[in-house]
Ligand binder design. Sequence first.
Ligand code: HDE
Length: 679
Amino acid sequence: MDEQHKSGGNRKQEQLEQFRVNDEGQKMTTNQGLRVSEDEFSLKAGERGPTLMEDFHFREKMTHFDHERIPERVVHARGFAAHGEFELYTSMKPYTKAKFLQEPGTVTPVFVRFSTVAGSRGSAETVRDARGFATKFYTEEGNYDLVGNNIPVFFIQDAIKFPDLIHALKPEPHHEMPQAATAHDTFWDFVANNQESAHMIMWAMSDRAIPRSFRMMEGFGVNTFRFVNEQGKAHFVKFHWKPVLGTHSLVWDEAQKIAGKDPDFHRRDLWESIEQGNYPEYELGVQLLPEEDEFKFDFDILDATKLWPEEDIPVQLIGKMTLNRNVDNVFAETEQVAFHPGHVVPGIDFTNDPLLQGRLFSYTDTQLIRLGGPNFHELPINRPVCPFHNNQRDGYGRQTINVGQVSYHNNSLAGNTPSPAAEAEGGYVHYQEKVEGRKIRARSESFKDHFSQATLFWNSMSLAEKQHIIDAFSFELGKVKSKSVRQQVVDMFGNVSLKLAVPVAEAIGVIPPSGAGSQSSKSSPALSQENTVKSPRTRKAGVIVGTGFDGAEAKSVLNALIAEGVQAEFISDKLGVLHGSENTECEVVHTFLTADSVLFDAVYALGGELASADSDRKAAFFIQEAYSHYKPIGAAAGGMKWLEPQMVNSPGVVTGVSGSNFAASFIEAIAAHRHWDRA
Ligand code: HDE
């Protein structure tokens, strides 16, 4: 194996380095390289006179500025990205000949963009929505894009319905409201009249749609792909990303408040984690299905509204991705990156999944308008790390200088090159699946069950998760003005479970559905976040502190927290250094004005004197709000004064004397993420 590749000597970073420019310490020039002598005043006819046409510096500067914006993505406009590496643990040789999946230890540079779907580029990040999870692997055989979401299924079964779905989901066209939200009439009208959406809606109404962090969400390829090995044998494959920190969510009230307090909450979390060296990690999983087993399930494996239950088809973890470098420039990298599920390498192929088939058209098409022409593959972030040669030429912004006379094939003047490569030379050969049929606009009967897996998802949820789903439906439909649409949706979800539909109907003033509802009791424990990894690492604890705090307690508790990877930040009524007993001091980095409990995972009430009774009220409110969001709260001694009596002894509230096992219990409470049994 190429040594550089094996060690991960990140070839993509080396390539990008050639394009990075640091302007610091340099003289200012025009784009032509001419040094500029004055940048404050335009060239005028007299000090109080009109600006002259001749002022090329003014014209260049202003023209460039006037053209700075490009269209935002039609979906997934709001996103944030990072660089990293993927290292293979387990050879996939028996299943695929993809080179980057052959030898354990192989390291491939990656670029990952996370996004919301509905909102525009400046929208808040903690809205209820699916999240995009798109990964570009810069492999030796060309770029491979795994363009996934954090939800394993999709709203529709056939790509032709995508424009309808998105029109219904985006702000309503007559008044352009609401922004980045599905809680409006057209979205729910679409749902009720396109019932294939039932399963995805269950996920969208669940906690999955309000992730705590990009670092704590799963990713899924959604569509069914195909692995093809050296011998030409194929397996169906579904891709998964499993976050090492587990899959965790916010609560809805908190998510809404964060949207105002810090609309950049998710990108800030990703950015800061990488800057601090807390590199986000995800394991890559595959579910593999031999072609012979295609028809062995009670759902169609090509239907993107269905998942493959992990208990039936296990997820094999084959490698790990680590995000270890922030971008240098969001526009150049995050905005200009162009993903496409059709960017594949030998050994990875498509299936007849009708959603995937349509995606294969849409992504390049959209880049042409968004990135302004056919040469977007030349942008530094999109360039493969291997050479590329063909007879494509010209177009806006062309950068490559193709030398020579010949730009066609077949030719004799260039020895008939560039020439197609044989399969053995790495030429991509499409899997020779046999297909036959009449030309027909129809959907297979095998795609017609829209409710069984929606019920499977419901059955798999814990009690708390079920209640969150009921609350989410009640919120969303509560914002729908059309009573008819509300009724239709409730009737539709009566097919999933009456335990869901009846309380929702009651909450939104429509008639509860009659009928038996689903009788299925099948569940898939892997779907519940109750069963995810629990870890205190990288959790953020807000430490409420005043002057004269207990220095001994602070030292012992904070050292214990930090040792487990918890990040502690001091909050008080003013910024600056505060002194505690035993010659201790701490630096307050947030005030009750600048911080809010929704921006923390846990609160530690350390104690000390605040400046006024008003500050004490603010400290108490901070804790109350965290409590209402089921967050862990710790108060050993001095901080007890800010806790309400009913909090003491309730789940996830750790009190006690410092020096006992207070710190250990508090850390355990932080790892648990939220304490739903508090309700
Ligand atoms: Fe996309 N999708 N999509 N999508 N999608 C786009 O491409 C489309 C679908 C996903 O961070 C667009 O470059 C169609 C499923 C992500 O840059 C566009 C259909 C999944 C991103 C497009 C789907 C996705 C996009 C808009 C139905 C999960 C953001 C901008 C057949 C597997 C990538 C762009 C990034 C972006 C089309 C459905 C994931 C218009 C037609 C299912 C993560 O081409």
